[in-house]
Design a protein around this ligand. Structure first.
Ligand code: SF4
Length: 343
């Protein structure tokens, strides 16, 4: 089933307080059972070792320290989020979530039969003018929840048979995720974490996540800083930042590794959205992947761009891509020698 992310958001369980209450009640009286995948003796999420050896506890402290003078992402706002100050992402130290639930529209190795357990965080640090989830990312739709609530969402997704927990737009809430993860671990959580980001994280943050995240799922949206600045709220250094952080992700988890059922267990999947007039620089992107990461890197070249939100303010991106543009994108990927694409 190919369910678009937008349709999924409308159907997923909203993160409303009563939903949280239901989740909490369900898990307070029972031990969460391991899913079939987590019970696979060959697989143990990296973060379990980090919790055992005390690193996760140290990381939690370090990440919360960063919020005092926030530099979690390349915007480097320097605000004290612990004192309710907001930076570019409009987020304080409080946690806001829009929805969570099994999602069947993600890449095949993430979906399997049970779905990818997505959790959509409200707000965003990149803010693209063509955002398809603008109500959540720009307007900040969602509900404030506790760390225990987030932990219970992770456990609920595991209990419902999802193959992973897919953290969507996690950059500005990494400290909250680590805190909730430790609570969930204590209650039997053992699914791989998918770090599903827009490609605009600080290198420091990604380095700190070494040994915590098993599957990275970054976007690489632009190859040109001027385009990034124009369409993604002044993020002119996006190409260098995305390239550096994706290389670091690849260093940590390497290429995508699947289990015997074809499910992702560890590794990197890079997403690239083809845009009208080759604004995303698809030809340069595929060459970069082939040269810097290798032709067997798993890449999802996506053709579903459609104008949303403020895209209509820019005539050049106020249309879908043409068949010719899509065919050209595929051809560039093939010419670059990329083998593992979601085409
Ligand atoms: S996470 Fe938010 S507050 Fe922190 S640096 Fe990024 S945009 Fe600024």
């Amino acid at each position: 089933m190919d369910l678009s992310r937008r349709k999924f958001l409308n159907r997923a369980l909203p993160a409303i307080p009563c939903a949280m209450t239901q989740v909490q009640c369900r898990h307070s009286s029972e031990q969460v059972s391991m899913t079939e995948q987590a019970a696979d003796a060959r697989f143990e999420p990296s973060y379990l070792k980090a919790e055992r050896d005390g690193r996760l506890a140290r990381l939690e402290k370090e990440f919360w320290g960063i919020l005092e003078n926030c530099r979690l992402c390349p915007r480097v706002c320097g605000v004290n989020r612990l004192k309710e100050q907001k930076g570019f992402c409009s987020s304080t130290a409080r946690l806001k979530i829009a929805s969570f639930g099994p999602h069947f529209g993600e890449e095949r190795p993430l979906v399997g039969t049970g779905g990818s357990g997505t959790i959509f965080f409200s707000n965003c640090n990149l803010l693209c003018c063509f955002c398809q989830n603008w109500e959540i990312n720009h307007r900040g739709d969602g509900n404030y929840v506790t760390h225990a609530d987030l932990a219970n969402m992770m456990l609920s997704l595991q209990r419902r048979g999802c193959h992973n927990v897919n953290l969507v737009t996690p950059t500005h809430v990494v400290p909250h995720i680590i805190k909730a993860l430790r609570i969930a671990i204590g209650k039997g959580f053992a699914l791989p974490l998918v770090y599903n980001n827009g490609g605009y994280d600080s290198l420091e943050t990604i380095r700190m996540l070494d040994g915590i995240i098993d599957i990275y799922l970054p976007d690489f949206k632009y190859q040109d800083g001027a385009q990034a600045a124009k369409y993604s709220s002044g993020a002119s250094n996006y190409p260098e930042i995305a390239a550096a952080t994706i290389k670091e992700m690849h260093r940590q988890v390497s290429e995508l590794q699947l289990d015997s059922k074809g499910l992702a267990r560890r590794g990197l999947i890079i997403r690239h959205l083809v845009m009208p007039d080759n604004i995303a620089g698809t030809d340069r992107f595929v060459k970069w992947v082939a040269k810097e990461l290798g032709v067997s890197s798993y890449v999802n070249i996506m053709g579903q761009y459609h104008p949303e939100y403020k895209a209509f303010d820019y005539p050049e991106i106020s249309r879908r891509i043409t068949n010719q543009e899509w065919t050209q994108a595929i051809s560039w990927a093939k010419d670059a020698g990329l083998i593992h694409t979601d085409l």
